[in-house]
Each structure stands twice: as structure tokens, then as C-alpha cells.
Ligand binder design. Structure first.
Ligand code: B12
Ligand code: SF4
Length: 502
């Protein structure tokens, strides 16, 4: 039996986790061939657009040829439109296949997917659900999928407990059954030839990896690791993989794909491990892998880890460290359910600065812009915090912003919100901008500051010596009162894509 799992690449490692798990099941391996397709768009700025004619033809031909009986689709909010446009066409080619969706967006809005041509939605981690679906299909045919599969909802069985989670955290699959869709067909390996991602700029030849799942924070805007489903399950939220295993696995991927020259650890908080484990990781990684690597951290874990751990990671090859600041105002942070303070952020920023100042490491900070609940003064608190980031070292300090995502399954979810696909600093001509912030001008200014590098002379696209004038109270009020002025400003100063990252 052929099974095809499709994911918009790069989006998540969900499909690659499922593949490793399924390929580890000896009984399934005899009768099933599971392939993954990372279906990419050549341009990050059009991830929500339909596939090009060529991409679609390759995908349809491939499915027509392999005739999978199970098709899995991995979902996030921004690519919902693309998946939904594709679905009717592939259902026509594969009228008897079972279509299963999973991932954050399908979990947040399962009935939307069921009403639009999906047969089942995996409510949570997909490994055990996929395994059960494949086994049932093999043993009892399509009919066997009509009775309830634990962790999956269908039109006949519209609710379910969250899916159970495998005891061992799988490693993402890399191998011949992982294919990449491009303009010229399906390939077993591609050097990512798209423009760099706005926030993560070393994606072209990267190994993506995980050492643990979950995060101890519960920020209301974040769809982290299916928190809405597993929030109370501390075992699920702190599953780890021994660092020895992870380092060995990266070593094997590196030798199979010598072209790959960078490692991204997508753990939501890489430093959330015992100190001894972090030191062991640094030592093993330096001696056995040695590739430059990326980590996400939080201000609490940076403060807890301190200089010793940060310095050990730097000597192991740490190349980019990414910390979310989100806001420089305590009230706004409380609204995000973010259990930190601006002071904690500043203390973490100082530690990161100290550990990285003698290197050219990238330090990447991000904040949230366009939150309708923020006042002018609160946005200015964030602007001022960004202005205080030290620039006395050799590191490259880069900045980026996020707009609130509305489909996280959490407190900030707004199903009635139109699915706006603009993100980061993209707001240029969008009329809805005026409902998304109490100060279009300050949100725009913050977006410009967060666009690119921070240096002694400029913060992002804004000259430092102009900051006080730009923050003058009467100037801010005038700009906000006269939308036409704002509009002129957006149109006059539209940075090129990824401007400051070139
Ligand atoms: C890594 C990551 C990336 C990487 C992807 C790298 C890669 N190799 O693919 C990069 C940096 C490229 C990326 C980019 C983006 N990302 Co991102 N990313 C993540 C992150 C941190 C981890 C995802 C992951 O790999 N998780 C581990 C896997 C194993 O878990 P999973 O995806 O949940 O999959 C499991 C289940 O959901 C389920 N499942 C998933 N798919 C399927 C399919 C089937 C058939 C089944 C049965 C089950 C199933 O089973 C899986 C295994 O248990 C998440 C946050 C998070 N922790 O989830 C954000 C996240 C997915 N990203 C998000 C966003 C918004 C984006 C961007 C749109 C941002 C932007 N503005 O550019 C881009 C879009 C990329 C694109 N398509 O061009 C949002 C999505 C929000 C939403 N509600 O949809 C998230 C949730 C972050 C957040 N907190 O808001 N991202
Ligand atoms: S935003 Fe970061 S710290 Fe907050 S819940 Fe998400 S991953 Fe955790």
C-alpha cells in the first residue's frame, strides 16, 4: 500500500517525524511504502498562493502514478488556502483514497477541514494515529476507517480525546523517500534556492533537528507544540531525546548529505535542560558534528543558564541565538500570558551580549507588532527597550517582528478574523491596519526598527539620531490622527524584501 504525506516546505517537521515513526514499525514496513513530499513554493512571500501550474502538474502526475491509498496533509494557517485549492483536484485523481489532515491549523479548526473534503483530522501528535489508520486500512480496507480511531475525528465521530504520544521522541526522517517538489519536478534532494527566509537566513543547506518537545510557557499568542491539547500533560510537554542520540543522528545525516552545512534546533527553548546535559551536548556536538547551529531560547532559560553554558555553546558552534522579547511593557506581557518581565528580558540581553561580544554570532530578537490592545505608551516601551540593546560587541544583532496569529487554538484565537496572510513588517497598503493597532504610525516605526540589523548608527531601517524626533509626542499624535500621512509614509519608505539581511 502506498501512503503519501504532503507538507508545505519549510513549515514543520511533522511529516518527517511521522515518517520515522512509521518506518520503525517492522510490521507496517513489509506492506506499506510511506513517502513524504515537501511541497515548496519558490518564494517565501507567496506561501499562501496556489501552487504554480508546473508544481501542480508534477504533484498531480506523481499522485496519479503512485496511486496512494492514504494521503496525509500537514497544515498551518497561512497555507490553508493553498491546501484547500489543491484538495478537490487530487480527490478527483484518487477517488478512493482516505484523506487525513494534521498539524496546528487542522487541530484548531478541524470541522472546517472535514467540511471541505478531508476525511479525518488527527487531534494531536500524528504518529500513533497514522500507525492505527494504516494498520486498519491494511487489515480491514477503507470500511475499517469508518469506526472510531483513537485521536482522530471524522464526520461520523466528531470528537475525540487527544491522540496519544509515542514514548520516544522520533527524529526527523531524512532519506530516499523524502521528496521535494519544485518547478521542475520531484527530487530527492534540493539545495534550497529560494530567497532567504526573513528571520532564519541559513536555510539553504540546513539539517532540521529537535532534542525535546514542548515549552514551559503558555503564551496566549503561540500555537506551540499543540499546547491547547496537551497543556496539562507534563510528560508530553517535556519529552526529550538523550543528547548522545541526537548528536549521533546528526552525524549520520551529515555523512549522508555532506552538502548540508548548518543545523537548526527547533526546540522551543533549547536551554530548558539540566546544566550537565547542556555541557555534555556542547562537548559531544563540538567533537562529533562541529557544524554551525541555531537555537531558540527564552529570557528565563538564558538567565538560568548563565554565562558558563552560553559560552560553552558558543565554543561548540552556536551561530544564531533567537530570543522572543514580544513587548517591553509589563501589562502587555501579562496579556500575552507571558510569565516574564521587561527587566528579565534586559538581563537576558545583557548575558547574551556578554557571551557573544567577542564573536560574529547572530543574535536575533523578535517582538510582536500590531496588537490592537496596546496603547501608544506601551508601544513606545518596546521601542525604547529595543533602543537599549547594547551594540558594543562584534556580534550581528538582527531583529524581526511577528503579527499576532489568530488561529493558535489559544486565548488569542479569533476564528471570525479574516485570514490575513500579511506578516512581519508587511503592512503597506492594508486598510485593516487601522483596526490592528492603536497607533499605526508607531507600529510602523517599530516594524521599520525591527527590519534588519541594529548598529551604533541605525536600528533596522531607522537612523538612531532621528529616534527622539520620531518619538516626539505631538508628531506621533499628528501622524496617527491623519491616516493619509501614514499612508504617504508607508508608500515613501517601502524597504525591499529582506532589505537589511542582504
Ligand atoms: C520549525 C518551525 C518552522 C520552520 C520549518 C522548518 C522545516 N524544516 O520545515 C520555519 C522557520 C521554516 C518555519 C516557517 C514558518 N512558520 Co513555523 N514553526 C516551526 C515550529 C517552531 C516547529 C514546528 C515543528 O517542526 N514541530 C515539530 C513537529 C513534529 O510537530 P508538528 O508540526 O506539530 O507535527 C505533529 C502534529 O501536529 C501532527 N501532524 C503534523 N502534520 C501532520 C499531518 C498528518 C497527515 C498527520 C496525521 C499528523 C500531522 O503530527 C506531528 C508529529 O507528532 C512551530 C512551533 C511549534 N512548536 O509547533 C512554528 C509554527 C508551525 N510556524 C508558524 C508560522 C506562522 C510559520 C510561518 C508562516 C512564519 C512566516 N511568517 O514566515 C513560516 C511559514 C513557512 C512556509 N511554509 O514558507 C506557526 C503556525 C501558526 C498557525 N496557527 O498555523 C507556528 C505554530 C509558530 C507559532 N507559535 O505561531 N517554521
Ligand atoms: S512564544 Fe515561545 S515562550 Fe511563549 S509559549 Fe511559545 S514557544 Fe513558549
Amino acid at each position: 500500500m502506498d501512503v503519501v504525506l504532503i507538507s508545505d516546505h519549510p513549515m514543520t517537521l511533522g511529516v518527517q517525524f511521522l515518517m520515522t515513526h512509521l518506518k520503525d514499525q517492522a510490521d507496517l514496513n513489509v506492506s506499506c511504502r510511506v513517502r513524504g513530499i515537501l511541497a515548496s513554493s519558490t518564494d517565501f512571500s507567496r506561501i499562501e498562493c496556489p501552487y504554480t501550474v508546473a508544481e501542480r502538474e508534477h504533484l498531480e502526475n506523481y499522485l496519479g502514478k503512485t496511486k496512494p491509498e492514504i494521503v496525509g496533509i500537514s497544515t498551518i494557517e497561512r497555507t490553508r488556502r493553498r491546501s484547500m485549492l489543491l484538495l478537490p483536484a487530487i480527490r478527483k485523481i484518487l477517488p478512493n483514497a482516505f484523506f487525513l489532515a494534521g498539524g496546528v491549523d487542522a487541530i484548531a479548526a478541524p470541522h472546517f477541514y472535514l467540511d471541505n473534503g478531508i476525511d479525518g483530522v488527527a487531534m494531536g501528535d500524528g504518529e500513533t494515529v497514522m500507525e492505527a489508520v494504516l494498520k486498519r486500512r491494511l487489515n480491514g480496507g477503507r470500511e475499517a476507517l469508518m469506526s472510531q480511531v483513537p485521536g482522530m475525528i471524522t464526520r461520523q465521530h466528531p470528537s475525540s480525546d487527544p491522540a496519544s504520544t509515542p514514548d520516544v521522541l522520533p527524529m526527523p526522517y531524512y532519506g530516499e523517500d523524502l521528496l521535494y517538489l519544485g518547478q521542475d519536478g520531484m527530487k530527492p534532494w534540493v539545495e534550497d534556492d529560494r530567497k532567504d527566509h526573513v528571520q532564519f537566513v541559513n536555510r539553504k543547506r540546513a539539517i532540521d533537528m529537535y532534542t525535546q518537545r514542548g515549552c514551559t510557557h503558555k503564551c496566549a499568542f503561540c500555537a506551540q507544540d499543540l499546547l491547547a491539547l496537551y497543556g496539562k500533560d507534563s510528560f508530553r510537554n517535556s519529552r526529550r531525546r538523550p543528547v548522545e542520540d541526537v548528536v549521533r543522528y546528526i552525524g549520520s545525516v551529515k555523512s549522508n548529505y555532506p552538502q548540508k552545512q548548518f543545523v537548526y534546533f527547533w526546540d522551543l527553548d533549547f536551554l530548558r535542560k539540566p546544566r550537565a546535559e547542556l555541557l555534555k551536548f556542547a562537548e559531544l556536538y563540538r567533537s562529533q558534528v562541529g557544524l554551525p547551529f541555531f537555537v531558540f531560547v527564552t529570557e528565563k532559560s538564558v538567565n538560568a543558564a548563565g554565562l558558563e553554558i552560553l559560552t560553552a555553546l558558543v565554543s561548540a558552534g552556536l551561530r544564531t541565538i533567537n530570543m522572543g522579547i514580544q513587548s517591553g511593557n509589563s501589562r502587555v506581557l501579562r496579556g500575552y500570558n507571558r510569565l516574564n518581565t521587561p527587566q528579565e528580558s534586559e538581563s537576558a540581553i545583557a548575558k547574551i551580549n556578554e557571551a557573544t561580544k567577542n564573536s560574529d554570532i547572530e543574535v536575533l530578537y523578535d517582538v510582536i507588532t500590531y496588537n490592537p490592545a496596546e496603547t501608544r505608551e506601551e508601544i513606545i516601551d518596546t521601542i525604547r527597550l529595543i533602543m537599549r540593546i547594547p551594540t558594543n560587541g562584534g556580534q550581528v544583532i538582527r531583529l524581526s517582528t511577528h503579527k499576532l496569529s489568530f488561529n493558535t487554538g489559544q486565548a488569542h484565537s479569533k476564528e471570525d478574523q479574516p485570514h490575513s496572510f500579511e506578516d512581519y513588517q508587511d503592512f503597506k497598503t492594508n486598510a485593516s491596519i487601522y483596526q490592528s493597532t492603536q497607533s499605526p504610525y508607531l507600529s510602523w516605526l517599530l516594524g521599520q526598527m525591527m527590519r534588519g540589523k541594529i548598529s551604533r548608527s541605525a536600528i533596522g531601517s531607522v537612523r538612531r539620531d532621528y529616534m527622539e524626533k520620531l518619538l516626539d509626542e505631538s508628531y506621533v499624535a499628528t501622524m496617527d490622527e491623519h491616516h493619509a500621512l501614514n499612508q504617504v509614509l508607508y508608500e515613501a519608505v517601502v524597504p525591499r524584501d529582506n532589505e537589511a539581511f542582504l
